[in-house]
Design a protein around this ligand. Structure first.
Ligand code: 13P
Ligand code: SF4
Length: 329
């Protein structure tokens, strides 16, 4: 029995060693290919650590959009989800935009189908539309201005208090802004399956077990969690907070990917991810995690899958995104 356990441990160790070596060499191959093809890799914080470490830029939705607009590279490889790659294509249409897995969607974007939204908008024709960037390009064409979690407050406050507003598609972010600004924006009933599932019971349990920890949360979480949080912000906002704060322990209510950067920036601090239930402590976005090193290599090598959009969608969707970028300067 002891020999058998020893054998299993040795095999597992060898396997993990092989896996690390394999991803190291893949990482080198991707870097070579990237330089040959004059490509840039943009990655969201929710990507696996290997992809984050390889990327030319890692950031939140706003930072990624700004970088997609500014890049001089011939090819943009977008290690994120579909709506992010769409945004890159809209902002920089002459570039070839590649995405490792075209099926990497977003439950929040999917919760706002364009035809249903068009009818909703028509029923409130005296309202302007502010859309969270986590929506399809078609929804962006129906929007007056886009926002991200890092500039939502600024974008909303750029309108007078009596302006009637539809906020789509995230009801949690919309409700949070309504609370913070005293507005009554009409909210589209959409949510992110990763953040919306985070339970208050889990948060309360972790808070009582770690009274010295700060609770930090992404605004896609439910109001009951945001009310308890010491800090609410975008992924970049959360990361910056952990760097500036004097606290040494953080309860993190968002997707797990950001922990990689938090640990890199704060090697001596402790991060506790809020478990979604008793058996799982992994708030992994299934769409973000569809991207792998192998898919990243293949997409750069084959220059596909390529993200394509019609000229008319690009033209219409660009206006509200540029308006947001102007407001974020
Ligand atoms: P940010 O990184 O802009 O905060 O967005 C989080 C998110 O849910 C991305 O899908
Ligand atoms: Fe969409 Fe949520 Fe995943 Fe972000 S974390 S990509 S909002 S499903």
């Amino acid at each position: 029995m002891i020999i058998w356990i020893f054998y299993v441990i040795v095999c597992k160790k060898n396997y993990l060693h092989m896996k690390t070596k394999l991803s190291e060499s893949l990482s080198d191959k991707i870097k070579v290919l990237k330089n040959e093809k004059k490509a840039i890799i943009l990655a969201h914080y929710y990507q696996i650590p290997e992809i984050q470490d390889l990327a030319d830029y890692v950031g939140d939705s706003l930072g990624l959009a700004q970088n997609a607009l500014a890049t001089k590279a011939d090819i943009i490889v977008f290690a994120g989800v579909h709506f992010m790659a769409e945004t890159a294509k809209i902002l920089n249409p002459s570039k070839k935009v590649l995405i490792p897995d075209l099926n990497a969607g977003c439950s929040l974007a999917d919760s706002c189908p364009p035809e249903k939204f068009r009818n909703f908008k028509n029923r409130h024709s005296d309202h302007i539309v502010i859309s969270y960037i986590n929506c399809s390009a078609k929804i962006k064409t129906m929007s007056d201005v886009i926002c991200t979690s890092s500039n939502a407050m600024k974008v909303v406050n750029s309108f007078s208090h009596d302006q009637k507003i539809i906020f789509a598609p995230d009801k949690n972010l919309g409700a949070y802004i309504n609370t913070m600004t005293g507005r009554q924006m009409i909210l589209w009933n959409g949510s992110c399956e990763v953040h919306d599932i985070i339970k208050i019971e889990s948060v309360l349990k972790l808070k009582s077990e770690n009274p010295d920890a700060k609770l930090i949360a992404h605004p896609e979480c439910k109001a009951i969690i945001l009310e308890l949080a010491d800090y609410v912000g975008s992924t970049t906002g959360l990361l910056n907070y952990t760097m500036k704060s004097n606290a040494n322990k953080f309860i993190v209510a968002t997707e797990t990917g950001i922990i990689h950067q938090m640990m890199k920036e704060n090697p001596n601090k402790e991060f506790i991810v809020v478990p979604t239930d008793e058996t799982c402590s992994c708030n992994d976005c299934p769409y973000m995690k569809m991207n792998t090193m192998e898919k990243l290599y293949n997409c750069l090598y084959n220059e596909k899958p390529e993200l394509k959009l019609s000229k008319s969608v690009i033209e219409k969707a660009k206006k509200p995104i540029l308006r947001m970028l102007k407001l974020s300067e």
